[in-house]
Design a protein around this ligand. Structure first.
Ligand SMILES: C[S@@+](CC[C@H](N)C(=O)[O-])C[C@H]1O[C@@H](n2cnc3c(N)ncnc32)[C@H](O)[C@@H]1O
Length: 313
């Protein structure tokens, strides 16, 4: 589905469905033998919407002829679940460390189906602001309310488009720009044009008091490289064609068709220039820390992203 400057979505379509894809990976990890994270709500979301393209990563059994033609595909799919598990664990620790240091305002940018407001042990008095499009937030809160789940924090929904003037809505929702805050940017930047990314960080800068923290999943340095992009497209098209023959019911996710392949400023550098104390961890290092390994041949995808954590001094 082509992107436009003002596009909006349901949870089951376009960028909304990518939140279900992450939920599927979290459900698969939660239900695995040796899980790194526990997110029981991920399955609740998936049960509510039923089967769809988002189930791809949690059902790695592929038709024999597909595996014969693409022998490394199952390992690559498993490695993506490991990646999402490591990413989830990174942001869980990020928020727990921030609250242990006394921060009582968290802002989850592009919250999607992130259920941290229900599953993390937030200290009393913590407010978590969740920002995303209104139909995504509406699906999440109505599904979990029907399920009888209660947030473990003071959860505040801020329905916005992150390409538009979201700071006004956040302040109106009660956010205090004079007190320190902790921000997460997880699974978002590829869905924003480069100019919207710049504006996003400039706006955070206006709202983050000294002592604030930010955690960012930053894109791989070769994200917009035309050769890497061409190779990725070719590979995805090959897999799509194979699946269309072997199992036409099963769709192959193409979230790359929703990404903005544009050169961007390095997030760590940007934050350093703006007075933050920055630590950058390449994704393969983060995964190794958690005992997970990226697929060896996977040169162009998520395992080459970087995890940035920073404190404003
Ligand atoms: C891949 S999901 C990640 C969700 C969540 N951070 C997680 O890791 O589970 C991407 C999310 O970004 C949200 N998103 C992308 N662009 C957005 C925009 N311009 N405004 C608001 N939300 C946006 C989508 O609605 C979706 O929930």
């Amino acid at each position: 589905m082509a992107r436009t400057d003002d596009d909006t979505w349901e949870i089951t379509e376009s960028v909304g469905a990518t939140a279900l894809g992450v939920a599927a990976a979290r459900a698969a990890e939660t239900e695995s033998d040796n899980p790194l994270i526990s997110d029981p709500f991920a399955r609740v979301f998936l049960d509510t919407v039923g089967d769809g393209v988002w189930n791809w990563y949690e059902a790695p059994e592929l038709p024999r002829e597909v595996v014969e033609a693409e022998p490394e595909l199952p390992a690559r799919m498993r490695s993506l679940v490991d990646y999402f598990a490591s990413r989830t664990a990174f942001f869980d620790s990020f928020f727990l460390d921030a609250t242990a240091a006394g921060i009582r305002q968290a802002v989850i940018l592009a919250a999607g189906l992130d259920a941290r407001s229900w599953r993390l042990p937030w200290p009393d008095g913590t407010t978590v602001y969740e920002l995303d499009q209104h139909r995504v937030l509406g699906f999440k809160s109505s599904t979990l309310a029907r399920h009888g789940a209660e947030p473990t924090c003071n959860r505040v929904e801020v329905a916005v488009d992150l390409r538009h003037d979201w700071p006004t809505a956040l302040l109106q929702a009660g956010f205090d720009a004079t007190a320190p805050s902790a921000w997460s940017v997880e699974g978002l930047l590829m869905y924003l044009p480069a100019a919207a990314q710049d504006l996003l960080f400039a706006r955070v800068q206006e709202l983050a008091a000294p002592g604030s923290r930010i955690g960012v999943e930053a894109l791989a340095p070769n994200f917009a490289d035309p050769d890497a992009l061409a190779q990725r497209r070719e590979r995805m098209e090959r897999v799509q064609a194979l699946m269309a023959k072997a199992d036409p019911q099963r769709q192959v996710p193409r979230s790359d068709q929703l990404w903005y392949f544009e050169e961007r400023e390095d997030v760590g550098e940007w934050l350093r220039r703006h007075g933050w104390d920055v630590t950058v961890t390449p994704a393969d290092e983060l995964m190794a820390r958690y005992g997970r390994e990226p697929a060896k041949d996977d040169e162009q995808s998520a395992p080459w992203n970087r995890f940035v954590s920073a404190r404003r001094v």
